[in-house]
Design a protein around this ligand. Sequence first.
Ligand SMILES: Nc1nc2c(c(=O)[nH]1)N[C@H]1C(S)=C(S)[C@@H](COP(=O)(O)O)O[C@H]1N2
Ligand SMILES: [Mo]
Length: 437
Amino acid sequence: MRIERGLHALYDADPLAADRRVWGRESSPLTRRGFLRGSGLAAMSAALGGAIPFAERMPAGLIPAAFAQTTEPFSIPGKDGLRVLNDRPLNAETPAHLLDDAVTPAERLFVRNNGTPPNTADIDPGEWTVEVAGEACLRPARFTLGEIQRRFPHHTLQLQLECGGNGRSEFHPPARGNQWTTGAVGCPTWTGVRLRDVLADCGIGENAVYVAWEAADAHISGDPTKQAISRGVPLPKALEEESLIAWDMNGAPLPPLHGYPVRMVAGGWPGSVGGKWLTRILVRDRVHDGEKMGGQSYRVPCDPVVPGAEVADADMCIIESMPVKSLITFPESGVRLPFGAPATVRGHAWAGDLAVRELHTSIDFGTTWQRAALTEPANRLAWQHWSTSIDFPRPGYYEVWARAVDAVGRSQPALLPAWNPRGYLNNACHRIAVRVA
Ligand SMILES: Nc1nc2c(c(=O)[nH]1)N[C@H]1C(S)=C(S)[C@@H](COP(=O)(O)O)O[C@H]1N2
Ligand SMILES: [Mo]
């Protein structure tokens, strides 16, 4: 059997019907249970390359992890093995096994552009200007990047960056937008000054509510009267110690695609709050109303809705802290392991504004879980690393699922969380395929 993109389309359209067509599995739409028997089990086992010891636990209507994460050839200069989802604007994600580093190298950080980046090839970074203004700014000012670097104390922090739409490809009905699987996340180190130090210098009015940014990228249409994106955060988030105006990533100047010469980073919130190619900071007396703040952008229904529902803009709320999530970065999904030797499995976990408290793995489709070792974060809002050793009871096809729990006890859902119109915040457990022979 040849399995390609078509499998996703088939499962997107109707997962239980896809099960029937691909494997001959009949199941109940209510319980999502349906035992793979006879020819169905034989077909799936053949495709997966072995018996499936926990076959009777496998949820119906779920593409086996062995086929769920396809990789396609692609190249962006300076990017190593990322998958391009769109080239105008450029969007590329990182396969999970390439995110194994504790600190994400530049070559492996996803790229999410809403517009056309400015040409910064020949600029003098020290002369780049950043203006501070807005209704609630007491002393509007204009700094060069050189002045910012000279006037305010420097800080280096490791901060996670995850696109609000990471995981969108799994929602059904499908949501429009980049069809990210699991790779729109990374956790480099950033060097810069605290946003709050610059804001304090300019004076924050009593009426301040929100801190927003504007940037030098152009709207994708080329229309100079339109902005590509201009977002921000409520004042308390802007004033946190970890909200930075950064010029270095991993000890080197920001790469052009990641905002050279200067950007904002507010870890733990959707990546879209951190403006690349920063030109203006606005202290607003209202919730910022820039491009991609309103409508349905970076918003989810304030109250849960049934999948496929149309939700009025007025009933959509701005995404703030991202939910608890984890990745399995080793081994690579699809790995073949020898039977009898314990296998090391590891990855990272993060939880928006919170820390991760526990991480568990399962090899029986979520029936039982074992606790992994978990490190403390390098600093607040940095992802944590986990590792565990797994014994597989007999040869066959397995899936390893990882599930993190945050500091207040919320855990990742085994499969999909609440559907929302734009497909944000999918923090379902990451799963990898393992064949033991
Ligand atoms: N100026 C500007 N800043 C931006 C964007 C953009 O398109 N333009 N994209 C945002 C989004 S949606 C995300 S997820 C992050 C991605 O950062 P990265 O491309 O450095 O990984 O940048 C944010 N900052
Ligand atoms: Mo994003």
